[in-house]
Structures are given as structure tokens and as C-alpha cells.
Design a binder for this molecule. Structure first.
Ligand SMILES: Nc1ncnc2c1ncn2[C@@H]1O[C@H](COP(=O)(O)OP(=O)(O)O)[C@@H](O)[C@H]1O
Ligand SMILES: Nc1ncnc2c1ncn2[C@H]1C[C@H](O)[C@@H](COP(=O)(O)O)O1
Length: 226
């Protein structure tokens, strides 16, 4: 079936922006690519291999936290601009809200980023959000699973810098993600448990995700009409 027909069948606008959120290793990149492929959308992926600070950051959080956050912010800003200029039709791997609400805040709270650096970072973020390039996504698909499953995926993926990171870092992040999503209101949310689909064993399980997106977009439209 042509991809445009799939969008029509599921009532997903061709200019929609679908953002995938969730903790490290939960499966964001995998579902981003599958969803974009099935809808004929573009992807906005996090580039890990070309990140000049990530390895250094994992080796010394205090020294590199500010550099890394500014780098991620700049990369996400460029991606937001690209999405805006194409007029949507994107699946985005991680939201900018997670950079600020999870990572930067956690580093500051843990004393791994100074107050001055955190303030500079926050004011940069606020200035960026005020530009036209930051419309809210149409929907955020939040991936959730047990901590044990997420940890197993991080191990299986095997990025060396992540293997050497203390388990407490992932545990703290996992807890913060739960709290963050419970209070998230910037756009409609779909909570998707990672046991509800398995794109590695069954590519067709993307249909289940499409149905959920379709239902949520339908609900939003109904609320707007009422
Ligand atoms: N349904 C699945 N079952 C088992 N492993 C999965 C599944 N989806 C993704 N993975 C694996 O989990 C690891 C992390 O996935 P990835 O998409 O890179 O996560 P993220 O982008 O959230 O960090 C990868 O090794 C990936 O192949
Ligand atoms: N804003 C961030 N601060 C610190 N580390 C970050 C940030 N965004 C992503 N990361 C790290 C976490 C992982 O090691 C890689 C890629 O993230 P993933 O969830 O695997 O796509 O970058």
C-alpha cells in the first residue's frame, strides 16, 4: 500500500511531527526509523558517533557536562529548524524537553554542572524556544519498560562509554523519566510499553503503533471540535 494511503487510513496528517521520548536504550531510534519508513516521513535522529563530547562526558561528567549540553542544544535547534523548513512530516528521535527536563537538570541537581553554567544553558534554551522553529510536536510517543529490560538493551547495544557507566546513573535517569512524563503537558502523549511490539522480530508490529497514533490524534481532533 502506498505510504500516503497509510497516512490517510490512519488519519495521520502528512505534515505531522511525531516525537519519540524515553530513557537511554529503551528503543527510540529503532521505532523512529520503523515509523518513518512506514509513513514515508523523514527522520530526525540523534547522531552519536559524530558527537565530539559524548565519550569525554562519560569519562568525566563534571568537566564536560556544559559542553555536551550546549552541543546537544545546538544540534536539536538545527534539527527543529530543518523540520520547520520542510513543513513537518517527521519522526523525531527524542525531544528537546528531555535535554532540559532530564539531562541538564539531573547534572545540575547532582552538582555536575555549576549554577552559572546551568543558568547560561537555561537562558539559551529559553531564547531558542521563543523562535518560530519550536512548534510543539503533534504527539509524543513515550516508550516505557522495566528498568531491567532497559539495562539489558543498553548492554546488548554495547556502546563502550555506556558500558563503563555506573548503574546508579541509569537508575537515577529512569526514575526522573517517570516523574517527568507524569507531569508532561507540552503536547498529547501516547504511552507505549516496549512489550507491546517487537520491531526486531515482527516488523508488522508497527501497525499497533500506528493504531495508537491514529486513536490519539482522533481524540485530540474531537476535543478541538468540542
Ligand atoms: N523490540 C526490541 N527487542 C529487543 N531489543 C530491541 C528492540 N528494539 C530495540 N532493541 C535494541 O535495544 C537497543 C537500544 O535501542 P535503540 O533504538 O538504540 O534505543 P534508544 O534510541 O532509545 O537509545 C538496540 O540494541 C536495539 O537493537
Ligand atoms: N542532553 C543529553 N545530555 C547527556 N547525554 C545525552 C543527552 N542526550 C543524549 N545523551 C546521551 C545518552 C546516550 O548515551 C546517547 C544517545 O542517546 P539515546 O537515548 O541512546 O538515543 O547520548
Amino acid at each position: 500500500m502506498p505510504k500516503s494511503t497509510l497516512c490517510e487510513r490512519y488519519g495521520i496528517p502528512r505534515d505531522a511531527v511525531i516525537t519519540i521520548g524515553g530513557t537511554v536504550g529503551v528503543g527510540k531510534s529503532t521505532i523512529t526509523m520503523a515509523l518513518a519508513e512506514s509513513l514515508g516521513f523523514r527522520t530526525s535522529l540523534e547522531k552519536v558517533d559524530s558527537n565530539p563530547y559524548l565519550d569525554k562526558f562519560y569519562a568525566d561528567f563534571e568537566k564536560w557536562s556544559f559542553h555536551l549540553q550546549v552541543y546537544f542544544l545546538a544540534e536539536r535547534f538545527k534539527e527543529q529548524k530543518r523540520i520547520f523548513e520542510y513543513g513537518g512530516g517527521f519522526v523525531q528521535d527524542r525531544s528537546i524537553y528531555e535535554d532540559t527536563g532530564i539531562f541538564a537538570k539531573m547534572l545540575f541537581d547532582q552538582g555536575k554542572m555549576s549554577q552559572t553554567d546551568y543558568q547560561t544553558y537555561t537562558s539559551l534554551f529559553e531564547a531558542m524556544v521563543m523562535t518560530p522553529y519550536f512548534p510543539h510536536p503533534d504527539v509524543l510517543i513515550y516508550l516505557e519498560g522495566s528498568f531491567e529490560d532497559v539495562l539489558a538493551r543498553i548492554k546488548e547495544r554495547g556502546r563502550p562509554m555506556e558500558q563503563n557507566t555506573d548503574i546508579a546513573y541509569w537508575e537515577e535517569m529512569y526514575g526522573r523519566y517517570e516523574e517527568w512524563i507524569n507531569n508532561f503537558t507540552a503536547c498529547p502523549v501516547i504511552r507505549l510499553n516496549i512489550n507491546e511490539y517487537d520491531l526486531l522480530k515482527d516488523k508488522g508490529s508497527i501497525q499497533h503503533v500506528l493504531e495508537k497514533v491514529s486513536q490519539r490524534i482522533g481524540q485530540v481532533r474531537q476535543t478541538m471540535r468540542a
